[in-house]
Design a protein around this ligand. Structure first.
Ligand SMILES: *Cc1c(COP(=O)(O)O)cnc(C)c1O
Length: 371
């Protein structure tokens, strides 16, 4: 019995991966993104099940996430997308991790290391096609010059990332694709042919923006059962996936309090009638957003009931009026109970954030169980 816990369905994760593979088709490799502890689903467990389901590539953010996977026996190729710090560089070679390099200086530095170590050193080059974050903004000729100087490091992939993929009311994605294609063609014309070409995370994959798929896609959110809604005149969503994670909390205390009583820090809720409250063993230290104070809903006995007052560090109070709840009962913060369900997108909307942040924000204090 825990105060708060997660139930993760690995078979749902495998099912989501299979649905993505089916949509991507045989010519497109699916590289599931398992950064941030697999969006809190557990990077090792999720990677194992994805490997069993046939994944040959995984993506993480930093080299330490990659090392943790190697140390638990993951043998797939691992792309490290956002960590090319000087201190990380030797670790790529030691642990057979593949860096996404985002500058021409980075290529030279990696080449030197690889030549000294006498090890194969494939890398993916990330280009900034308009995201304005990581990625080189060098011209194709400058990239060719940098590549011509390498002796050991080998360009295996060319990649980029979209800033506004779900927004079909702007031309930004099309412009990014055009910039990317121009660089790729220039490299190819000069005889440089990266074997992997990739730009797409969940959204361009799910909404079928095929000109952005290249021959590899990098879905994260969809692996965990989520696809953000798109804006504007989109093509229909082609992918069906389902959330794999539920989040529960135990009722620690139930009591009836009179009308006119203040609830919790700051007394920001006052009961309008006699109210039965249930106090749950979860708070913002567990990642339940403080912004859900007086706004959130949880499921108790198959009914959606409101959060009353402020979410505190370790506790949250909800309205249990009319319910026969007892200490030890479970409330569902995220997931399904009877006919009701709440997902990370609904929580995010109430909390004024995004579903990614809700999932990644669940703290390590919340025990994770696999079902
Ligand atoms: C996180 C990330 C992804 C996965 O994005 P989703 O929207 O979760 O599918 C893909 N590529 C890069 C570069 C990322 O940082």
């Amino acid at each position: 019995m825990y105060r708060s816990w997660l139930e993760v369905s690995l078979s749902q994760i495998a099912g989501n991966f299979r649905a993505i593979r089916k949509l991507a088709g045989s010519g497109v490799t699916v590289m599931p993104v398992v950064k941030a502890d697999a969006y809190r689903h557990g990077a090792v467990e999720v990677s194992r099940v994805l490997e069993e389901a046939g994944a040959r590539w995984l993506a993480v953010s930093n080299v330490h996430e990659g090392i943790a996977l190697r140390e638990s026996g993951i043998t797939s190729r691992i792309l490290v997308m956002a960590d090319f710090l000087p201190t990380s560089r030797p670790l790529f070679l030691d642990y057979d991790l593949t860096p996404a390099i985002h500058s021409l200086e980075g290529i030279a530095a990696y080449d030197q290391l690889a030549a000294a170590a006498g090890k194969p050193a494939p890398f993916h080059l990330k280009i900034d096609t308009g995201m304005g974050r990581l990625g080189t903004r060098a011209s194709a000729s400058e990239i060719l010059e940098a590549l011509a100087r390498t002796r050991a490091a080998r360009l295996e992939g060319l990649m980029s990332h979209f800033a506004s993929a779900p927004n079909y009311t702007t031309a930004q994605t099309d412009e990014q694709i055009a910039t990317f294609t121009a660089v790729l063609l220039h490299l190819r014309n000069a005889g440089v042919n990266p074997t992997m070409v990739h730009l797409s995370s969940t959204v361009p994959l799910a909404y079928g923006r095929k000109e952005a798929w290249g021959n590899l896609v990098r879905p994260g959110h969809a692996i965990y059962g989520y696809i953000s809604p798109a804006k504007g005149a989109t093509s229909p969503c082609l992918l069906e996936v389902h959330p794999a994670l539920s989040w529960k909390a135990t009722v620690l205390e139930v009591k009836d309090i009179p009308a006119g009583a203040a609830i919790g820090y700051g007394g920001i809720h006052t009961t309008g009638r006699e109210t039965r409250i249930a106090v749950l063993g979860v708070g913002y230290a567990d990642g339940y957003p403080h912004r859900l104070s007086n706004k959130g809903k949880v499921l108790l006995q198959g009914r959606a009931v409101p959060v009353l007052g402020a979410v505190s560090m370790d506790l949250t109070t909800v309205d249990a009026t009319g319910l026969d709840v007892k200490p030890g009962d479970a409330a569902t913060l995220l997931g399904t109970d009877g006919d009701e369900s709440i997902d990370a997108q609904q929580i995010a909307k109430l909390a004024g954030t995004i579903s990614y942040s809700v999932l990644c924000g669940i703290s390590s204090r919340v025990v994770r169980l696999y079902v």
